[in-house]
Design a protein around this ligand. Structure first.
Ligand SMILES: [Zn+2]
Length: 444
């Protein structure tokens, strides 16, 4: 049988329901779809147009970055070592007000997408402005994306009021809705920046279009306290009262949760998006992962934007998630490697409503996967390949990446992005953005 591609790999980390790891198997692709996975000796029934031998490699489902602001990669390192409110109000928002236009988003998104592909990410869930540019960049480069239609109760360079946020967002959704790689959500920034009135306005539109909601919530304890002062209830209780708690909600950060908040999340099957490095760097607080797991809540992992991380490295983020949960709970098995890997792959797919299509290496799924070369000093010896991947490997060992069967990185080289030209463009942005740089140690 003629097929488009056969990949022979030393290990296939499937992330199926049993966390199966297959040794010396082949993955058979017909265009964008995985049509067979079988022992290499039995693969001679196929005549592939291309055969790739990965004798020292693991094939892994592409990481799903369940929360990021791709274009903010231009602000990487602009203002470090500051708490969230000061970081946002005094540095990030002023820089964005001055600079964040369509060109900024186009180039920033391209930088982020390049970094994500190099790190094995094949799908990202984005929240930002000028979403036409992010959707176009993702589509053009060939990565899968979930684009959030932004809603915030103040004017930005993208839109002046609620009506314009909605109208412009829906126009982009309309333009890309037949594109297989591009999905959409509604992305109100956070309960403290979006009023009940605005939330109620978008609700029927979300329902009609079948769009999920992607929102920051409970990022810090002070956000929760402010909500209790102003509304008498926590942000999650407020979303419950507005009838937004359901399996289509992706609630990002989720620190400072009470027992009753956790119960609400569990009862309504809300997805929690955990961004451990952003929470650590901004000292925002801790998401109680062990308690959420006990309550059977779907947890996915996101890097957040590069301005608060400062990398968008899903392998590193997943390791941090595993280590942080162990440490916080004084319990070494509080988040094992296998479970952390599920959070970075299939759980992200589930949060996005795409788990029938992506998130694991299984028959009938889209071929969104990466290969990592484990034949290096850092990752020898290998007793358990998932442990090696999560606790020892580095993203620089990731060498090949496919999205929908298309090879976006070939032996460490991006195939749809001119890396040298991109770096030149980013250096020009650095010149324009550097006046906003926060220098903590500057003499006064
Ligand atoms: Zn964020």
């Amino acid at each position: 049988m003629q097929v488009s591609l056969q990949i022979n790999a030393r290990w296939i980390i499937t992330v199926d329901a049993n966390d199966s790891v297959l040794e010396n198997h082949a993955v058979i692709l017909q265009d964008d779809t995985i049509i067979d996975i079988l022992p290499q000796q039995q693969a001679n029934r196929y005549s592939p147009a291309e055969l790739i031998e990965l004798n020292d490699h693991a094939l892994v489902p592409g990481f799903i970055n369940a929360h990021t602001h791709a274009a903010m990669s231009l602000l990487k390192g602009l203002a470090d070592d500051l708490p969230l409110d000061e970081w946002l109000n005094e540095h990030i928002w002023p820089a964005e007000t001055a600079l964040a236009d369509g060109e900024f988003v186009k180039d920033g998104s391209e930088l982020a997408i390049a970094e994500m592909i190099r790190g094995g990410t094949t799908c990202f869930n984005d929240m930002y402005f000028f979403i036409d540019q992010t959707a176009a960049s993702a589509s053009h480069i060939g990565i899968r994306a979930c684009i959030g239609i932004p809603i915030i109760d103040f004017p930005t360079r993208w839109a002046k009021d609620l009506n314009e946020y909605i109208t412009k967002g829906l126009a982009v959704q309309e333009r890309f809705h037949t594109n297989d790689l591009i999905n959409f959500t509604f992305a109100p920034h956070a309960p403290y920046t979006v009023s009940d009135t605005s939330l109620k306005t978008i609700q029927p539109i979300m329902d009609e279009l079948g769009l999920a909601m992607h929102i920051h919530a409970h990022e810090t304890e002070s956000e929760v306290q402010q909500s209790i002062t102003e509304h008498g209830i926590s942000p999650i209780e407020r979303l419950k009262n507005l009838d937004f708690l359901n399996p289509d909600l992706m609630a990002v950060h989720m620190t400072s949760l009470s027992e009753s908040d956790i119960q609400l999340l569990a009862e309504h099957h809300v997805n929690v998006i955990h961004c451990p490095e952003s929470n650590l760097k901004l000292a925002s607080g801790f998401c109680p992962i062990a308690e959420l797991l006990n309550a059977n809540i779907n947890i996915a992992i996101g890097t957040d934007g590069s301005a608060s991380n400062n990398d968008i490295d899903m392998l590193g983020e997943t390791r941090t998630a595993a280590l942080l949960t162990k440490g916080l709970n004084n319990k070494a098995d509080a988040l094992p490697a296998k479970q952390a890997l599920r959070m970075a792959t299939i759980n992200g797919a589930k949060a996005l409503g795409l788990d029938k299509k992506i998130g694991s290496i299984e028959l009938g799924k889209q071929a969104d996967l990466f290969a990592i070369n484990l034949n290096s000093i850092e990752t020898q010896p290998i007793y358990d390949v998932i442990s090696t991947l999560i606790y020892s490997a580095n993203r620089s060992q990731i060498c090949d990446v496919w999205v929908a069967g298309k090879r976006l990185m070939r032996d460490h080289e991006l195939t749809t992005i001119d890396e040298a030209a991109l770096i030149d463009k980013i250096k020009q942005w650095q010149g324009k953005i550097s006046p906003f740089h926060h220098q903590p140690n500057k003499a006064v």
